[in-house]
Design a protein around this ligand. Structure first.
Ligand code: ZN
Length: 167
């Protein structure tokens, strides 16, 4: 909690911790820190500024995330924070933390492949089933329950699952 004696570096740390707890409304097990959406927290003249990079342009969840960050900071005693959207460099699934990938898998969503996100568009990659780990899987629909997910099915255990495919 911010008090009158909190200096800038402590303020920055408190702000990062508060912002890092905000979750993605589409995948509530992942925080914006897990996703790599939270880029930077700075303090300018005592005002907290948070930089976020959307998972893809036009992601409607981003307005909600910005609002949630402002609320989280206000709860910790930082009512006049600013949230800035940084579009360049563009977010890639490589920014997702290992912790985030693990949480995603536990949630039943196949985590994005590292370094090869673009190949997903051309159907070259193998996505492992989050249930049984088999790579004997097929895509059912490029558009799953949200625009960030594709619907896949595991041939080994015949369970459908979501694949997080953003970029
Ligand atoms: Zn399976």
């Amino acid at each position: 909690m911010v008090t009158a004696g909190t200096n800038d570096s402590a303020l920055r740390e408190l702000a990062w911790a508060a912002a890092a707890q905000v979750v993605d409304p589409e995948i509530p097990v992942l925080t914006i820190a897990d996703l790599g959406v939270l880029r930077e927290v700075s303090v300018v003249d005592g005002q907290v500024e948070v930089a976020i990079t959307p998972t893809y342009s036009g992601c409607p969840a981003m307005n909600m995330i910005a609002l949630e960050i402002e609320l989280a900071l206000a709860r910790e005693g930082m009512p006049n924070s600013k949230v800035r959207t940084v579009l360049s460099p563009a977010w890639t699934t490589d920014w997702m933390s290992d912790e985030g990938r693990r949480k995603l898998k536990d949630y039943g969503v196949a985590p994005p492949q590292t370094g090869g996100g673009r190949r997903a568009l051309f159907g070259e990659q193998q996505v492992a089933c989050p249930q049984c780990g088999s790579t004997n899987t097929e895509v059912l629909s490029e558009f799953g329950s949200t625009s960030c997910k594709a619907l896949w099915r595991c041939i080994a255990c015949s369970e459908p699952f979501d694949y997080f495919k953003c970029h």
